[in-house]
Write a protein that binds this ligand. Structure first.
Ligand code: ZN
Length: 542
């Protein structure tokens, strides 16, 4: 493994060296000039990000207030595309069968690299939470909320892209910036469709941003899993549950037989697998034998083959359950995410920028608030916000299991990295109202600034260092995809599950709309909500 990698560095270095030599031959003083211009460029885009701190806060708080679930990111899409259109980006709407999907494109000059800059935009069910309140206090009872922090990533990307755009115009640097949203990431519902629809055709490199409590990046296969999200829809025959139950065939029995079958099989699966389900339709009422019932699984594993195996196992169990209960069963794919693999040269370039940016300078209020939250929610760490920057290590030799992200599909399509930025508090449960608490506070805003600076500097690297781009492509071609290929679960018959979350958003949107952030009237969303910063304590005495 080690020697193979050293070999690769040698080869890629050789290719890049030739490129550098060619450049020297055509314009002798270029290397020196480029060196000086580069540090200037980075200082320039960092200033551009700082000058847009207000815009970043507004985008972040606005999306927080929309609190939209996957496939229903209507307000988010309308707001972001209007903003980008005003900034001169050409917008493609309704892309890849995703009505809330879009792509914003801006080109300077002709030629130059095409950089795709993405981040997720969807929320978490029942995670509505008043920001800046360190205990459970929903804004709207039962409503969704940004309990993952996906309200912040487009603030990072847009502010970074606009800073870079100004600099590109001033310096006549050719290239194309492509901004795109991760639609329905929590349902693993968007990116595989975007890949299949060719959104990343012609893209040279993809930079993704994701909320975290650290400023970091990684290369290789990280811990975590790929996933297939699939529902099994059983059909039976209704009857009077008391009067003539023998005439019925219960679809719910089929669902429960499948769940029981899965639980027995679970012991004989690899410990690294993760699988979970909900019964999304259990019938109508007890005195009617359920003629229809549906069970929805997330099946997660760490290789393309293992994911396909799990899906086959689930299909077999579903067939068995249908046979046991004299029902029929159909399968429908709702989402999928490939395992992830990130680009080494790009991660190393980004890490240098991350080191230059550093973690935000948290003040005493930020730390006191973070600690209050950690105590209240029994966080796994209780010492406040991160103050020590993470190093870029090699990928784990044995990746641990865990969650998935459909950026995996993009990572097998073009050289890709994720830049994680410190907008949230360490040690929280994830996919939970607690993860929304900090996401429209100074903590989120400072984290977005740090992320946007690292993002902008890395875009500059990709635009100005042909050697980096060549190395990134060489890694993608010769290392990442040498023995492993992208094997999407998606078939041509599968369409985005855009019907999901329609009812929930219809129910809650009118109440949420009353609380949408109004940046014309309020300096921040906390100010609009009348939340004092920092609010401390446990809420018990209130
Ligand atoms: Zn996420």
């Amino acid at each position: 493994m080690r020697s193979a990698e050293r070999g690769w560095i040698g080869v890629a270095g050789g290719v890049a060296l030739r490129a550098v030599l060619a450049a020297v031959v055509t314009a002798l003083p270029a290397p020196l000039v480029a060196q000086a211009a580069l540090s200037g460029a980075k200082a320039d885009v960092v200033r551009g990000v700082e000058a847009r701190a207000k815009l970043a806060q507004v985008i972040n708080d606005q999306l927080f207030s929309y609190a939209e679930l996957g496939f229903q990111e209507w307000e988010t899409a309308r707001y972001l595309t209007a903003l980008l259109e005003k900034e001169g980006f050409a917008i493609d709407r309704d892309i890849a069968g995703l009505p809330t999907g879009w792509v914003a494109r801006w080109t300077n000059g002709s030629g130059g690299p095409v950089i795709a800059i993405g981040s997720d935009i969807d929320g978490i069910p029942k995670a509505s939470q008043t920001p800046g309140i360190p205990w459970r206090q929903p804004m709207v009872d039962g409503a969704p909320g940004h309990g993952e922090g996906h309200n912040s990533g487009q603030a990072v990307n847009i502010v970074a892209a606009l800073a870079v755009k100004d600099w590109m115009v001033r310096t006549r640097t050719p290239g194309t910036l492509v901004i795109w949203p991760g639609v329905a990431e929590e349902l693993l519902g968007g990116k595989a469709h975007m890949v299949r629809a060719g959104v990343f055709n012609g893209v040279d490199a993809a930079l993704f941003s994701h909320v975290s409590s650290q400023l970091s990046t990684s290369w290789g296969q990280p811990s975590g899993t790929g996933v297939v999200s699939v529902e099994y829809m059983f059909k039976g025959e209704s009857a009077h549950s008391a009067g003539a139950p023998w005439r019925g065939k219960s679809a719910l029995d089929g669902v429960m037989a499948m769940a029981t079958g899965w639980e027995m099989r679970r012991e004989h699966l690899r410990p690294e697998q993760r699988s979970h389900y909900v019964i999304s339709d259990g019938g109508d009422q007890p005195n009617v034998v359920p003629s229809e019932a549906t069970i929805w699984f997330y099946l997660r594993e760490q290789s393309f083959a293992a994911i396909a195996d799990m899906l086959k196992t689930a299909d077999d169990i579903a067939d068995g359950a249908a046979k046991m209960t004299s029902t029929t069963v159909n399968r429908r794919l709702l989402g999928s995410a490939a395992i992830q693999h990130f680009n080494r040269p790009m991660a190393e370039a980004a890490q240098a920028n991350i080191a230059a940016v550093g973690l935000p300078r948290w003040d005493a209020d930020d730390q006191a608030f973070a600690k209050a939250v950690q105590v209240n929610v029994k966080a796994t760490v209780t010492d406040g916000l991160e103050t020590k920057l993470a190093m870029l290590g090699p990928p784990p030799e044995t990746p641990k299991s865990g969650g998935s992200d459909d950026i995996g599909d993009v990572s097998w399509t073009v050289p890709t990295i994720t830049i994680r930025y410190p907008s949230n508090i360490p040690g929280l449960p994830g996919h939970n109202w607690a993860n929304a608490i900090a996401m429209a506070t100074p903590i989120a805003h400072k984290g977005v600034q740090a992320g946007a600076k690292a993002m902008a500097m890395t875009i500059v690297d990709l635009l100005t260092k042909p050697r980096l781009m060549a190395d990134a492509k060489a890694y993608f071609r010769d290392v990442q995809t040498r023995n492993q290929r992208y094997e999407p679960v998606l078939t041509n018959a599968d369409v985005p599950a855009t019907w999901l979350n329609t009812e929930v958003m219809t129910r809650y949107q009118p109440e949420l709309a009353k609380r949408y952030y109004d940046p014309q009237r309020y300096g921040s969303y906390l100010e609009q909500l009348g939340v004092k910063w920092p609010t401390l304590g446990s809420g018990a005495a209130e």
